[in-house]
Design a protein around this ligand. Sequence first.
Ligand code: CUA
Length: 314
Amino acid sequence: MSAPSLPQLQSVFMPAGEAAARITSLSWVLIIGAALIFTAVMGLLGWAICAQGGRPPRVRLWIAGGGVVFPLVVLAALLAWSMARTPGWMERPPPGALIVGITAHMWWWEVRYRDPASGREITLANELHLPAGRPVRLGLSSPDVIHSFWVPALGGKMDMVPGRISHLMVQVDQPGSWRGQCAEYCGEQHARMALNVVAYTPAGFDAWLAAQALPAAAPSGALVERGRDAFLTQRCNACHTVRGVAEEGRLGPDLTHVGSRLYLGAGTLPNQPGAMARWVAHTQDVKPGARMPSSADMDPATLEALAAYLEHLK
Ligand code: CUA
């Protein structure tokens, strides 16, 4: 399992699977078709302006043909073509599909997998990891306001509505990484609600999931050990779970493997050395309105130890 790279691309023109490829081809037909029709209409307008004076021939035919028949034919053809290319509703996922639960929060993503070894549910955050070549059924919901799941490389948008579970089938063809973004305005930090997608080979995915299913790594070294104690004395565990250390916190993201994540704060800060301490101490400067308060008054030694502990949770 190679380390995933930071996803940069978020484009409907770079599909990673069949559902997204259908949307891409539809987009091209719409863009090219609209450009051709716009050019033709502008040409007609130019002709009408140049031929001012005399009444143009067959006015009624132009109005009925161009204003009624032409749009009807074009829109009906587009509707039939796009309906034929829309995947059918599936009551049950296909055999062998991976099931992943995603809950959108203000302003981060909770992502849940079933550990095949223990049957336990594993809760992660802000990253969707997938096996390439295998269908994946996403169950999408929200506990607060309407969000929208949108990873252009995977497929279309799906609103995440409080009180409902929506489903989306996705599949990627090759390993890779892509960026997604909440696509429904959901408050102050809607713009910093990114979801990163990483796809592996099937064996790579199994190895990744097995690693994520493990409880938190035991502290190695005095600094990291002090950091684990700080995690408890600073009451980080009131909101965050670290499996094997404190498992009651449910308000914020599960931090059991936070050190292995690509970003902090749902795509806000690349998870590089120094980012963790900045995030903890200056949360409200980095992501104003985030549910976590800044801890700017934490003494530097405690902050250093806490950040070292969280970075160590790979
Ligand atoms: Cu969540 Cu916009």
